[in-house]
Ligand binder design. Structure first.
Ligand code: AMP
Ligand code: MG
Length: 487
C-alpha cells in the first residue's frame, strides 16, 4: 500500500507534445471534501483506502495540490456528435493529471474531471456539478462490478464553489481512472486536420502502449483496428444484455479500448423497452437502447475513415463486417447464461426475442425478471412470473417452451441452477431513482446515502441482508425521471 505522495508517474502522452495536448493547471474548488471514494479503484493505484479520509486527499483531487511529477494536460480531439462532425472538441473541463504505474506494472491515466477551463472549453465554465459527478462515480463502479468494461472512478470531491446550470449548483470533481483516455475522436482530429505525421505519432503511441501484440502482426494498424472492433462488439453486447443505455454515443465518447466512457444522461432500464431513450435532448432517438447496436458500427466506420491513411479500404470494410456477427455471438452467449442454459440450441435466438417482446408489451422489470427466473425451478419460477404479464396466454406458451428447453439442457439440482444464474443475473443495478435519492441527500450535505448505494452496487450479484429495498422497482416518482443533460 502506498501513501498519497508515493505514486510513480511516467507521463507518456504529455511527452507527445503540444500538438496533442495543452499544459493547464487545475483550478481549485472551495472547501474541498470527500463525498465518496472507491477502495477498489484506489487499489488499482496501490493507494491505502484510508487516505481518502485525509485533508490532503481532498486537496489533491479538489485541485489545490499537485504531485511534483504530475504533468496536467488537456487533450485535443474532435468527433461526430449526433451524426455531424465537430472539428474541434477536447478536454473542456477535465485534465489528464498524469500516468501512473502500479506495482503490478499496470498503467493508469489519472483524469480529474471538473478541473476548470482549458483552451478547449469553448463557452463552458470548465466545471462539473455534484449531481453529474456522483452519477459518473456510481455508474463507473457499478458497471465494473457487473463485469462490464468501464473507466473507473476513485472519488468524488465536493465543494462550496457555485456553478450555474438551470439553477445554481455546486462544483465537484471526479478522479477518473482508465488505462487510456484516447477516443475515436483523437484519430479523427488528426485525420480531418490533415496532419498525417502527427496521426502516425498518435497511432504508434497507441500501438506501443495499448496494443503491443498487434506490433507482431504483418499489418499492425489493421490488427489494432480489428481488436478495437472486437472489443466494442463485446462491450455493446454487454450493454444490451444488462440493459445499459449510454445516451451520448458520439465518437468523442468512444474509447479505443472498448470501455464504457464519458457518462452523461445514461440509464439502466427499469421496465424492458427496446425503444427507450435516456437522453431527453435526443429527439430522434439516435441513441435509443436498441439503436446502440447499429450506432456502434456507425462509430467504428467513422474511426475506419480516419484510419484510411494506414489501412486499405477493403481491409477496413472487411474488418467492420466482423462487428455484427461478433456482437450477436457475445450477446446470445450472455443471454443464454442469463436464461440458465449451458448448451446452445438453434432456436435460442427466437426464444429470447419472443420473451423480450412479451416483456416489452407488459412493461416487465428487466433485471428482476431474470433474477426471479433463477430463484426457483424453471416450472415454479415461470408459474410465479406469469402474473407480471398482460398477455398471460402468450407468456404461458413461452413458459412451456422455456421449461422444455431447460429440461433438454440437462437437469441440474435447483441449488446449482440458482447459483449459476444468480452469478450472471444481478439483484442490484444503478436505477435512476436510487441515484437521484443519493444525489438529493448529497446536495443537502449528507453523503451517507451515496456511500451506502456505492457499497450495495459493488456486490450486485450477492443478496445483502437489510438492503432488499435497493432491489425494488422504482416508486411512482422515480419512473420517468428527466435526467438533465447539463452536467
Ligand atoms: P460531453 O457531452 O460531456 O461528452 O462533452 C462534450 C464536450 O464539451 C467535451 O469536449 C467537453 O469537455 C465539453 N464540455 C462539457 N461541459 C463543459 C463545461 N462545463 N465546460 C467546458 N467544457 C465542457
Ligand atoms: Mg465527452
Amino acid at each position: 500500500m502506498k501513501a498519497l505522495d508515493e505514486l510513480t508517474f511516467d507521463n507518456r502522452f504529455a511527452r507527445l507534445g503540444d500538438a496533442f495536448s495543452a499544459h493547464v493547471l487545475p483550478e481549485p474548488i472551495d472547501n474541498p471534501r470527500l463525498v465518496v471514494s472507491s477502495p477498489a479503484a484506489m487499489a488499482l493505484l496501490d493507494l491505502d483506502p484510508t487516505t481518502a479520509e485525509t485533508q490532503e486527499f481532498a486537496e489533491l483531487f479538489g485541485g489545490h495540490k499537485l504531485w511534483a511529477d504530475a504533468e496536467p494536460r488537456a487533450m485535443v480531439y474532435s468527433g461526430h456528435q449526433f451524426g455531424g462532425y465537430t472539428p474541434q472538441l477536447g478536454d473542456g473541463r477535465g485534465l489528464l493529471l498524469g500516468e501512473v504505474y502500479n506495482e503490478a506494472g499496470e498503467h493508469w491515466d489519472l483524469h480529474l474531471k471538473g478541473a476548470g477551463q482549458t483552451p478547449f472549453s469553448r463557452m463552458g465554465d470548465g466545471r462539473a456539478v455534484l449531481r453529474s459527478s456522483i452519477r459518473e462515480f456510481l455508474a463507473s463502479e457499478a458497471l465494473n462490478a457487473l463485469n462490464i468494461p468501464s473507466s473507473r472512478a476513485a472519488c468524488v470531491i465536493g465543494s462550496d464553489t457555485p456553478v450555474w446550470r438551470e439553477k445554481q449548483e455546486r462544483a465537484a470533481m471526479v478522479l477518473r481512472l482508465a488505462p487510456s483516455h484516447i477516443r475515436f475522436g483523437h484519430f479523427e482530429y488528426f485525420y480531418y486536420t490533415k496532419r498525417p505525421e502527427q496521426q502516425k505519432q498518435l497511432g504508434e503511441h497507441v500501438l506501443a502502449m495499448h496494443f503491443p501484440e498487434c506490433l507482431e502482426q504483418p499489418e499492425p494498424y489493421l490488427a489494432m483496428f480489428r481488436e478495437i472492433v472486437e472489443r466494442n462488439a463485446e462491450l455493446i453486447a454487454k450493454w444490451q444484455a444488462y440493459g445499459f443505455c449510454h445516451g451520448v454515443m458520439n465518437t468523442d465518447n468512444m474509447s479505443i479500448l472498448g470501455i464504457t466512457f464519458d457518462f452523461g444522461p445514461f440509464a439502466f432500464l427499469d421496465d424492458f423497452d427496446a425503444n427507450f431513450i435516456c437522453n431527453h435532448s435526443d429527439d430522434q432517438g439516435r441513441y435509443s437502447f436498441s439503436n446502440q447496436v447499429p450506432i456502434g458500427q456507425w462509430n467504428l466506420s467513422a474511426l475506419a475513415q480516419a484510419l484510411t491513411p494506414f489501412i486499405s479500404v477493403e481491409a477496413l470494410r472487411e474488418t467492420l463486417g466482423l462487428y455484427l456477427p461478433l456482437f450477436q455471438a457475445h450477446y446470445l452467449d450472455l443471454m443464454r447464461r442469463r436464461l440458465g442454459f449451458t448448451m446452445p440450441e438453434d432456436d435460442d435466438q427466437l426464444l429470447l426475442e419472443n420473451l423480450l417482446q412479451l416483456m416489452q408489451n407488459s412493461g416487465v422489470d428487466y433485471t428482476l425478471f431474470f433474477r426471479r427466473l433463477g430463484d426457483q425451478s424453471a416450472e415454479l419460477a415461470v408459474a410465479q412470473l406469469r402474473d407480471d404479464f398482460v398477455d398471460i396466454k402468450g407468456f404461458d406458451a413461452w413458459g412451456e417452451r422455456y421449461v422444455a428447453r431447460v429440461t433438454r439442457d440437462g437437469a441440474l439440482d435447483q441449488e446449482q441452477r440458482r447459483a449459476r444464474m444468480h452469478a450472471v443475473n444481478p439483484l442490484y443495478i444503478l436505477r435512476n431513482y436510487l441515484a437521484q435519492r443519493a444525489i438529493d441527500a448529497a446536495e443537502q450535505g449528507d453523503y451517507s446515502e451515496v456511500r451506502r448505494l456505492h457499497a450495495v452496487l459493488s456486490k450486485p450479484f450477492e443478496e445483502q441482508p437489510g438492503m432488499e429495498s435497493y432491489a425494488e422497482r422504482p416508486p411512482e416518482w422515480g419512473k420517468h425521471l428527466e435526467i438533465s443533460c447539463s452536467s
